[in-house]
Design a protein. Structure first.
Length: 326
């Protein structure tokens, strides 16, 4: 069995709009368990991977709901801490006709912002294959340093470190510039995942790739919805087409992609990552699997609830060869 994937950061409640009243406002909001790193952990577990979640959950009813949802999804929760000092973060999600989402967040204050280095469980990183984080745990200075400390501890233990920028401007203080906070984390990551808009945003500073390669990064993947994804390593780059599906809800597509990618990375023998990077057929096969995970997820509503199983992904790939290397 693959070694565990440890995902760190926020778990929150996504309230999805349902129905439209006479005045054009949503008739109701339905709660779904979510939060980017929690979504990735669930995606990996649904695919048969060994996944754990580390983060701070409130002792409120929403925190209980999140803990129960993680456990029901097969995610290990030994690394979860609880607090009564803050409530659970909430996100209200609205979808347009193409399934594209927009968010309204109720955070801070929230429980996930209170995790500190001392909350990492002793031995948490000893058996980990991949440690995964995103920028949502960098909107607060103390939590940002906790995130970077986790990345350093994971690398010291021999784990690969994964970073999905997953930039949500509404989570950052008004008029703040997230770049000074996210760049140190980008340069601590072995694997970086960006969407096309994030790639363009980071490139505004110039020399994006050169700056990444000066850090630890060895693989950059850039997704662009249904359009071809791009991959970069220090000495080469390429593209891969993505499956074409009818989108219902894109909320967790990127997290499902990352979950699929990390499952394949966690299955590698220790030290085999660089070998994979230079095996283009193997790299494309791994990325096609991840893209299929994302494509299947957008055909369903929700976050945890939308994640596909390995059997569903294999069946989908068999009937959608566009997403695999021929």
């Amino acid at each position: 069995m693959s070694r565990p994937i440890l995902c760190f950061g926020e778990a929150l409640i996504d309230f999805h709009a349902e129905g439209t009243g006479d005045a054009g406002f949503p008739r109701a909001f339905v709660p779904f368990a979510g939060g980017a790193p929690a979504n990735v952990a669930v995606a990996a577990a649904r695919l048969g991977g060994a996944a754990r979640f580390a983060g701070m959950l409130s002792r409120d009813p929403f925190g209980d709901f999140l803990l129960d949802s993680l456990e029901r999804a097969g995610v290990g929760v030994a690394d979860v801490a609880r607090t009564g000092e803050a409530n659970t973060a909430l996100a209200f999600v609205s979808l347009d006709a193409r399934g594209e989402r927009s968010f309204n967040f109720y955070r801070p204050p929230s429980a996930d912002l209170l995790f500190r280095p001392g909350h990492f469980r002793a031995g948490a990183f000893d058996d980990v294959a991949v440690f995964h984080v995103c920028s949502n745990s960098m909107t607060d200075a103390e939590l940002a340093e906790t995130t970077r400390e986790g990345m350093r501890r994971a690398q010291a233990a021999g784990a690969l470190v994964s970073f999905d920028l997953n930039l949500r401007p509404a989570l950052w203080p008004r008029d703040s510039n997230p770049r000074p906070s996210v760049w140190p984390a980008l340069q601590l990551a072995d694997v970086v995942k960006l969407c096309a808009e994030e790639f363009a945003w980071l490139a505004e500073d110039g020399a994006l790739l050169n700056r990444l390669w000066r850090g630890r990064t060895r693989l950059l993947v850039v997704t662009d919805g249904p359009r071809p994804l791009r991959w970069f390593r220090r000495d080469a780059s390429g593209e891969l087409p993505c499956p074409q599906v009818e989108a219902v809800d894109t909320t967790a597509a990127g997290d499902a992609f990352v979950g699929g990618l990390l499952c394949r990375l966690a299955a590698l023998e220790p030290g085999a990552f660089d070998t994979l990077l230079h095996d283009e057929a193997g790299l494309h096969e791994m990325l096609a699997f991840a893209a299929a995970c994302g494509a299947l997820t957008v055909t369903r509503q929700g976050s945890f609830a939308a994640m596909p199983s390995a059997t569903e992904v294999d069946t989908f790939l068999a009937s959608n060869p566009q997403g695999s290397l021929e």
